[in-house]
Design a protein around this ligand. Structure first.
Ligand code: PLP
Length: 410
């Protein structure tokens, strides 16, 4: 790091400030985590220098014998972790992983079915401004009166519209997803079934959230959320789809793979195979449930009635504050959070009536039951009195006292 400081002091200042932010703030963004020093060291290694178009043993460049080892380790470990027949570890990110599935199996104009963004889905599952929404005819499903996925309506719509691809998976949905039911519907209507498990991947790897791999044709994921690896994507698939997916990633969508990132994925998968990862994920879930319970006691409503995962959506309307304002005031108190629309949100998407809260990052830094409860109480303290500067300052001091006891990178 001294080298960055000497070469580029201007950039170094920003890196140092970001490091300090990560140490001193409580990270509540559900899609973020702190990668281990070993993951970051692999990502910062000389493997960034190597071109390796193709796949292990079948490259278009010489000198690939060692990066082949790295990629094969990543493939073997991720297959073991999730129990999949085959894996592609080259997708640069979660969005590219999803695009590769579309490229492998669909043509523009085909019908796809995904969870609506407004009710918890991801933008790559058919949002009008995303490629998925522009190139395909999108049919959406959403939530029922209890704010659980409306499986009956999804099934009905699938029979009416005969999509070529059905996508399960979400960015803001706290409950278990019934992958088996989706798979049955897909089979009945002749659709391919894809699961985007990006949010839940870490919990799935630890066996505490349902594993979609036995039910889906293809499973995509990011590696940097609950799975706690480097920023990137993966695709798991049944053996019969391996060729189509691999050629959709390269040469279909990408050029040279990011071998340093693939090496870091290999490290993260090794960490996730260790017994301590299960203990970590159990605490992620427990912390999320403690936060949900505490916020409920403090007069907030948790969408879907609670959480069975690392994430929850909080309805802020009882406190008379919007998601936008809550994000800003919680930020001033050094708790990082993102505003998020709640089902049937009366506010605009840039304002919203909710926030999304997740526990992967705070659990990585060592927060257990007591600290999770304290964090939720600090969030509620801010929301009870959001326009009182003295209140925000008092909470910020408590946040700093707590984070000082749990350094992220020692
Ligand atoms: N899929 C889901 C369910 C996500 O929540 C996200 C990220 O927010 C993505 C895909 C996209 O991942 P990336 O940001 O790596 O492209």
């Amino acid at each position: 790091n001294i080298l960055v400081e000497q070469t580029d002091p201007e950039l170094w200042k920003a890196i140092l400030a970001e490091n300090a932010r990560q140490e001193h703030h409580i990270e509540l963004i559900a899609s973020e985590n702190y990668a281990s020093p070993a993951v970051m060291a692999a990502q910062g290694s000389q493997l960034t220098n190597k071109y390796a178009e193709g796949y292990p043993g079948r490259r278009y460049y010489g000198g690939c014998e060692y990066v082949d080892v790295a990629e094969q380790l990543a493939i073997d470990r991720v297959k073991q972790l999730f129990g999949s027949d085959a894996a592609n570890v080259q997708a640069h990110c979660g969005a590219s992983a999803n695009e590769a599935v579309f490229l492998a199996f669909l043509k523009p104009g085909d019908t796809i079915m995904g969870m609506s963004l407004a009710e918890g889905g991801h933008l790559t599952h058919g949002m009008p401004l995303n490629m998925s929404g522009k190139w395909f005819n999108v049919v959406s499903y959403g939530l029922d009166a209890n704010e659980a996925i409306d499986y009956d309506a999804m099934e009905r719509r699938a029979h009416e519209t005969k999509p070529k691809l059905i996508i399960a998976g979400a960015s803001a949905y706290s409950l278990h997803i019934d992958f088996e039911r989706f798979a049955k519907v897909a089979k009945d209507v002749g659709a391919l079934f894809m699961v985007d498990m990006a949010h839940y991947a870490g919990l799935i790897a630890a066996g505490i959230y349902p594993n979609p791999v036995p039910h889906a044709d293809v499973v995509t994921s990011t590696t940097h959320k609950s799975l706690r690896g480097p920023r990137g994507g993966i695709i798991l698939m049944k053996a019969e789809h391996e060729k189509a997916i691999n050629s959709a990633i390269f040469p279909g969508l990408q050029g040279g793979p990011l071998m340093h990132v693939i090496a870091a994925k290999a490290v993260a998968f090794k960490e996730a195979l260790e017994p301590g990862f299960k203990t970590y994920q159990q605490q992620v879930l427990k912390n999320a449930q403690i936060v949900a319970e505490t916020l409920t006691q403090r007069g907030l409503r948790i969408v879907s009635g609670g959480t069975q995962s690392h994430v929850m959506l909080v309805d802020l309307r009882s406190k008379g504050i919007t998601g936008k304002e809550a994000e800003a005031v919680l930020g001033s108190a050094h708790m990082t959070i993102n505003k998020n629309a709640i089902p049937n949100d009366p506010e605009k998407p840039m304002v919203t009536s909710g926030v999304r809260i997740g526990t992967p990052a705070l659990t990585t830094r060592g927060f257990k039951d007591e600290e999770a409860r304290l964090t939720a109480n600090l969030v509620a303290d801010v929301l009870d009195n959001p326009r009182d500067a003295a209140n925000i300052e008092a909470v910020r001091a408590k946040v700093h006292a707590l984070t000082a006891r749990f350094p992220v990178y020692k």
